[in-house]
Ligand binder design. Sequence first.
Ligand SMILES: [Cu+2]
Length: 319
Amino acid sequence: MYPLALTIALFVGVTTAHQNFHQLWVNGVTPGYQVGIRMPPSNNPVTDVTSNDITCNVNGSKVPSGIATVAVKAGDTIQVQWDSSTHPGPITHMLYGPVSDASMATGVGSWTKIDEQDYVNGKWANEIMEAVNMTHEFRLPSSLASGDYLLRSEMLALHGSQTLGGAQFYIGCAQIRVTGPGGSCSPSIQLPGAYKATDNNIYISNFYYGFDPTTYTAPGGPVATCGESGGGPSSAKLATTSTLDVKSSSTGKPMTTTSTSKVTTTLVTSKTTSAGTTSTVTGTVGKYGQCGGTGYVGPTACVAGTTCAKQNEYYAQCL
Ligand SMILES: [Cu+2]
């Protein structure tokens, strides 16, 4: 039997619960819902920044990944789409690679940040995305070496950041196969490693009292500068294309590509929401882990020695 409070939580605010990165577009063309993305077992956040889960979410470092790798070109326009989010915070994108086979890359190690949106014109990135069907657009660097990469999308939710360990990292990694002229990006950071629970953009003790969001920049350091490094023919002209080549990493066979425009795509959030519910309602929450809040559907029992303490409407954690 679930406690009464948990039973209620299962039926209240599910549509405003946590979020996953569930689809991408390359120059306006998508390979399909959840195609090419290492989907985590639930939509719960990662809160331990020292865990391997901070790279590509829970189970995201497991290889072979068994999912498809999406063909792109350096300089292509990428759009990501996430589940709806009411949690304030930035979105960032990072690359891991090049490697010979993205499906075999754990993502534990060196990353470069290629995109960031924080707080712009009075709105956090999640609010800006909400206005455009929960999408965010950026360009891949035009100077990239050919090869496979992991593309990491992170939405950091700061509504619990006034408590140490309360910041919530939502993370999804896509597998991409880049054709590029060569080049490299710097600086790079290590994940796990670069994030510290006490960093002033992760633990914001005055988040609700005096914090100025216009001063905020997301974890992971500055967006990298990318340039030619003699890695390939710099004069190579990259053709634009409106089709995607997607190969199944397990069979090697081409998969049917889908040509779906962003505006006509239907959000299918119930799939991940229900999966998250069934896989997370049991168990015990560790110290600093989330145990309640509007839309939260995870476990509510705190590990021995801690109790579930309400921080705000959206967040309660084991302290
Ligand atoms: Cu949430």
